[in-house]
Design a protein around this ligand. Sequence first.
Ligand SMILES: *Cc1c(COP(=O)(O)O)cnc(C)c1O
Length: 338
Amino acid sequence: MHFARFSPVRFAHLPTPFEPLPGLTEHLKRADGGGPALWIKRDDCTGLAGGGNKTRKLEFLLGDALTHDADTLVTQGAVQSNHVRQTAAAAARFGLKCEIILEARTGSNAVDYNRSGNVLLDELLGARIRTVAGGTDMNAQLALVAAEVTASGGRPYIIPGGGSNAVGALGYAECALELVAQANEAGREIDRIVTATGSAGTHAGLVAGLAVMGADIPVLGIGVRAPKEIQEANVFRLAQETAALLGHPERVSRDMVVADCDYVGAGYGLIDAAVIDALKTIARSDAILLDPVYTGKAMKGLIALAKAGAFDGETVVFLHTGGAQGLFGYQSELEGQL
Ligand SMILES: *Cc1c(COP(=O)(O)O)cnc(C)c1O
């Protein structure tokens, strides 16, 4: 896989650590001895103003933006978007302007949700922010704002929500390669990778990377928004597009794409007791900080599935996709629950 031919710019702190999770492994050991050996891939440590999974995607997207001589990044996300924060950071790092459209997707009026956490950091990083109502056609908004930038003499580069197109997903094909190399070095065979799956680029990039290199490791995506059929279709389409960029679209098959969307709860960005329990469990077992919207929900699923025996005897790698900065946007909801 020749990633250099896509001209990525390099700013992520890589490779991210690949470590055992002794506390959670012990916690999920059942009386009959069953349970998984858990490891974690620390993509919360990618280093770009708090880091997270969008940083790997942005290495390829920024490369493309600079190749196109853009001077303004335009992107969108939910109010507490980690993608938006990392895009604002990448823009600052390369001296570009950044236009952000935030969708009031969760309907929250809480001051912390709307002003703290990632929003505070977006402002600190110098992005220009506008907010639109939940349910707005965000792709149309991106086009509108890009047209405004052009009209005022700028050169916009649109980054889709979550950085999830095939160019961005290359970052996770590359992560798959990095992870397999680390497992080999550690003398560990990985039986399964578990990750949160949202705008699909992370999940799709992993599937594409593993398929193209011929590594037979199943990836389980835990959904945070869409129902299973829609999520799997989105991931499959994007995995094929990503593998096509890498020259081997035929190596991705439909059965490689598995999403479990039973842990979404009331909806995107809405937390429940099991999410809070997951946040607390791994914070106290291994001092790992998860986020309320993505990794907390994925961990809610991982814990429930492990308790039901789904991973017995397996070495399972949890991909930590970042987002702990978003915790501060949920302070009022977490207060009294910890
Ligand atoms: C965006 C995000 C995800 C989901 O990744 P996608 O590529 O959008 O599916 C998972 N975790 C965190 C913390 C994120 O910010």
